[in-house]
Design a protein around this ligand. Sequence first.
Ligand code: NAD
Length: 539
Amino acid sequence: MLVKDFRTLKLGESLLNECLGDFSRPDFPIGVAQNLVDGEWQPLAPEWKRTIVNPLTGNPLYELPATPPSEFSRFGEALRRCPKSGRHNAFQNVERYKMLGAVSARAAMLLSDVVVQDYFTRLIRRVMPKSYRQALGEVTVVQKFLENFSGDQVRFLAKGFSIPGDHLGQETRGYRWPYGPVVIITPFNFPLEIPALQLMGALYMGNLPLIKADSKVSIVVEQFIRLLHTCGLPKEDIISLHCTGQDMGIFLAQYNEDIRLVQFTGSTGVAEKISEIMHGRVRIEDSGFDWKILGPDADKKWLDYVAWQCDQDAYAASGQKCSAESILFVHKNWTPLGIIDKMRSLAARRELKDLTIGPVMTWTNEQIGSHIAKVMQIDGAELLFGGVPLSGHSIPAEYGAFQPTAIQVPLSAFMQHFELLTTELFGPFQIVVEYDDTTLDMVLDIMERMTHHLTAAVVSNDDAFHNKVLGATLNGTTYMGMRARTTGAPQNHWFGSAGDPRAAGIGTPEAIISTWSCHREIVTDRGAVPSGWSIPPAS
Ligand code: NAD
């Protein structure tokens, strides 16, 4: 489809043309979000209307329904109508594999157009302020992901296997089977990438997904769903519900027997609650307390690169990536090279005006300040940089706005303050710890005691060091080598935590298959009655 046509599309009640309009006006309204059920966009009922504010100014940005539990039955019934055998599987509606491949191909093409890319990039930034490059990164990942699952690739996801049997006519085959009615719950920090990738994965494997995105950003996935409809996705294929998190908990409790799986991305507390409601039928992507370790092979020629990557990992998107560097273990060989000074000067380049630092969506300044104060009370704690709120802005008080901050603590501090020092502050904050060859085992012990195992980076070109650290740890997405990072997982890397059987994955074919389908074995046993066969003795 030509961009010219896309420009004239009516994306819900907010015209795309309007959205492409004057984004330089800080409060240019971006529209109204609606529920989608039974293939119909529902008009926004005035009595449940909720207004989302611009996180940079506090002024109204868009309206959406805060759907109350009294209205849930239509959504629950729609899910209930989907059988547990799903919308398609190897024995029924197989044409849907090709249809979804074609939808993905068209959507990938649209998203590769600069005008459409720019539209989604700006939309993301309006609701979750981050730099243009960071927001564009989401759009690019989604575009490439859709390309990856174009054509026949959706049916290849359903690839099974077969094993010959004990006699002619017997064969066993393994199939990837859908769950049927499923729910996807997504957080605020990747308004497009997380919901888009999980939605498509759920669809590809034959499920009927109901999506509930974080209300602060749910206009973005809504626009993506409208784009999918434009690309030929049947409107009944996705249900979209806007409601508060608390009410979503009520929805899950109410329909918990009908929903076969909840894929949740967000905080650990909510993940555990949902896991309980669903009796474990969950796939979780929860909090990250992500570590990076700089190995003993400190090297001046790598200094700038390693420091830059630390800055990106800790502070891009204002530290609000689940994979953000929460703690940095620095081998003492890096200290004389001036790694901390480099990191300090890179952090100082971050500015509100281009959103290389911006609002913290779930921690207020009071909460950030109080966490910093507690860490600073530890014996030997040193503020390396930051530690003060941003000034000269109109970010509302319900959001945080803090300078990129790093606090160094001695390794010994973990004996007494383990919990405090391994608490995820979802903002531009990291702990720095120096170690040496004699204390590496203490570092490994800290990693072992951590409760979350999402991303990690082993920054070194030393094979023996790799073996020692990788062999003793388990983070689900771990980078190794001098260019190792904790953030930035694109669509070609499995992204997800390890060590928890409920962990979900996102991005790759394997992540989709493991998150969105289960195994079914069908054993074929046919042919003639064996010659000379008679009923054997009872056994
Ligand atoms: P959150 O748990 O508060 O919210 C996530 C989603 O859950 C939102 O849509 C919210 O409305 C919904 N929700 C809240 N309470 C609910 C309930 N009782 N029942 C059902 N749904 C409910 O998380 P957040 O603060 O928006 O996101 C930040 C957290 O998410 C961080 O801890 C971050 O590390 C984590 N995260 C993890 C990944 C990952 O891949 N592991 C990715 C992104 C974010």
